[in-house]
Design a protein around this ligand. Structure first.
Ligand code: WAQ
Ligand code: MG
Length: 268
């Protein structure tokens, strides 16, 4: 689903209309669930904090290829009080994953600017962006939770008070992204003005939620995928956009943790 709004007007002296992205969503579902999912996506587009959509585009496709089956990343939430502290935490995590300062600076600059519909793909060392269409970025699609995985995720997140579509979808997306061997880490900040928790995902530290990564009412937001130097953008975007991936197992989910604890107990 893609929802947008047209700003500006068509005038005799020219057309200054611009399509503003409001919200997007995608998933792999079983056929009997399609009706409900379409309804949920349309409701989401029409009641979004970024404003009311005047255009909603839905695409439903039959996926014949058997999905690749993966586990979710282990989840934790780091203690963090402010955007300044969040940036420090993010920088410590990225540095211990071998991402250069230059690359991290580039990613933060992009996210502060906002306005992308997909994710930037940036090389770990030199910070070079690889996607051919930079306004769009790479859009991860064809991903989902199997029904049993979805059921087992519910109590684990409910216990932590975070069983929301936002967290479930972000954990699913990050788990697919990090199942690509060429990708080292992901940095995400929501573009919703009032959603101030972001995350850094990696195989090494799992899905690490960072509260207060931006101040509320901020328009910033976006995603960056950090890839190995010399990675093939064609291979990576084909995997993220087209290869169906289903989460079948749920890894442990834990509550508030300090950044030192996270850095001192890597998963691999
Ligand atoms: N593929 C690639 N990039 C995407 C996709 C996608 N399918 N969907 C969104 N993005 C990019 C795009 O640039 C958006 O501007 C940006 O990510 C943020 O998208 O555990 O809600 O949908 O509490 O606003 C994090 C949850 C929520 C943290 C992230 O992102 C937590 C969120 P949003
Ligand atoms: Mg959003």
């Amino acid at each position: 689903m893609r929802a947008s709004r047209t700003a500006g007007s068509k005038r005799p002296d020219g057309d200054n209309r611009k399509e503003i992205h409001i919200s997007g969503a995608e998933g792999l579902y079983e056929a009997p669930d399609i009706g409900n999912v379409v309804k949920k996506y349309v409701e989401r587009a029409l009641s979004h904090p970024k404003g009311k959509a005047d255009r909603i585009v839905l695409k439903v496709e039959d996926i014949r290829q058997k999905p690749r089956e993966i586990s979710s990343l282990p989840l934790a939430t780091v203690r963090c009080q402010s955007p300044a502290e969040a940036e420090k935490i993010a920088r410590r995590l990225l540095q211990s994953l071998g991402i250069s300062k230059r690359t991290t600076d580039n990613a933060f600059a992009l996210i502060r600017k906002g306005g992308m519909t997909g994710a930037a793909v940036i090389t770990e060392g030199r910070g070079i962006r690889l996607e051919p269409d930079r306004q769009r970025g790479v859009r991860v699609s064809r991903l989902g939770l199997s029904r049993p995985a979805s059921k087992s995720l519910t109590p684990r997140l409910s216990r932590l008070g975070i069983n929301t579509d936002t967290v479930r979808e972000a954990l699913t997306l990050a788990s697919k992204v990090l199942s690509s061997r060429g990708i080292i880490a992901e940095l995400c900040v929501s573009d919703d003005p009032d959603y101030t928790t972001g995350y850094i995902a990696s195989r090494k530290f799992g899905y690490v939620r960072i509260p207060n990564i931006k101040s509320s009412r901020s328009k910033e937001g976006g995603r960056a995928f950090f890839v190995k130097d010399g990675a093939s953008i064609e291979g990576i975007s084909n995997y993220l956009e087209r290869v169906p991936v289903m989460i079948r197992e749920i890894a442990p989910c834990r509550g508030l943790t300090s950044i030192d604890e996270i850095l001192n107990s890597p998963h691999q």
